[in-house]
Design a protein around this ligand. Sequence first.
Ligand code: FNR
Length: 392
Amino acid sequence: QIRLPEFGRDRVLHRARTVEDFRRAARRALPRSVFDYVDGGADEEQSLRGNVAAFRRRRFVPNSLVDVSEPDLSTTVLGRAIAAPLGLAPTGYTRMISPLGEPAVARAAAAHGLPYTLSTMATTSLEDLAGFVPHAERWFQLYVWKDRTLTDQLVERAEAAGYGVLEIAIDTAVSGYRVRDVKNGFTIPPALTLSSLLDIGTKPGYWTGMLRNPALTFANVSSGGSAGYTIENITQQFDPAVTWDDVARLRARFGGKIVLKGPVSARDAVRAKDLGLDGVHLSNHGGRQLDRAVAPVDLVAGVRAAVGEEFTVLVDSGVRHGADIATAIALGADACLVGRPYLWALAAAGEDGVARVLQLLLDQFRRTLQLLGVTTVEQLRREGPDLLVEDP
Ligand code: FNR
């Protein structure tokens, strides 16, 4: 494999101190159009920017003179013990970011004792991923298809392959309009364009990896392979007519925990709870769907107040530092998830990169707890309102 010494993966692993360092390294490693696909958001990217800003608006008011020599980061989410209140959100088509794909991400998550969510749009099948990380905590994210037989088959396969949590994405009635992708002429699978030809000269590491790539397919969509499928014609199969009745039907079919993933309001979170669901995963898809959608972290306190203490509240979109995890929990969330941070790390330094970026987030979270004078996740939740103010 060709390595550019100054941009090589070892150098990234050695030098990266922040999530932003991994983002910069990913920009160097990936063709422009692939980087933009990961990095970009919908329309004016108001939500994309707003997500990060909403976390950074909060300021901590620490407890003084507490023995914080041994903070405990572990917690329980959806009835499962995990090493820290952090998970990996579902992202589609990961073998386009790196030929290592979903298995590399799932292994790095498992090594840290954190849950990984496989996307319906993954390039690794549910069953194959389970084989790669047989003992790990695995979640599956479902898109509801117009073809309800296909939807039901996916749910059955997830249950049979030992996925304990089903996340139903409810923010994708139609695809968001991602201006960068449109302007770049970006398609999935990627097509050879003039700019990708130019890229072959400047990103040899990426292209040599891709040439050895196993066929890029939507591995969960069709057992007979998915040749001829593009993201366009697949997303047209997502049903824009999904309603609460469908969710109730899925509740009856799936034996594990079910969570709704999207920018869920407090009122709808209560409705989800009343339907017998187990939680909500507050998300605006990382700013990739409805632009100007509220920053999910701004929903947390209201949703928590409406659903009570027992119902699970997860949040993603804009988590870039361990302090963001602390902020979300102080506001009432049970855990945070990240999307782009692990994709940037995967692009820059493969499986070790993902492990490293997760370690970075956990180290930051631990240090934040210690400097906050907090020793457990439970205490952070309980004392949250006293530990946080909004920057005027
Ligand atoms: C996503 N996301 C996503 N969500 C989902 O439910 N199914 C999917 O297939 C995908 N695919 C996907 C691809 C890429 C490239 C990105 C960046 C995101 C959304 C993802 O689960 C999560 O909500 C966001 O990534 C969280 O925001 P941050 O951490 O990226 O800011």
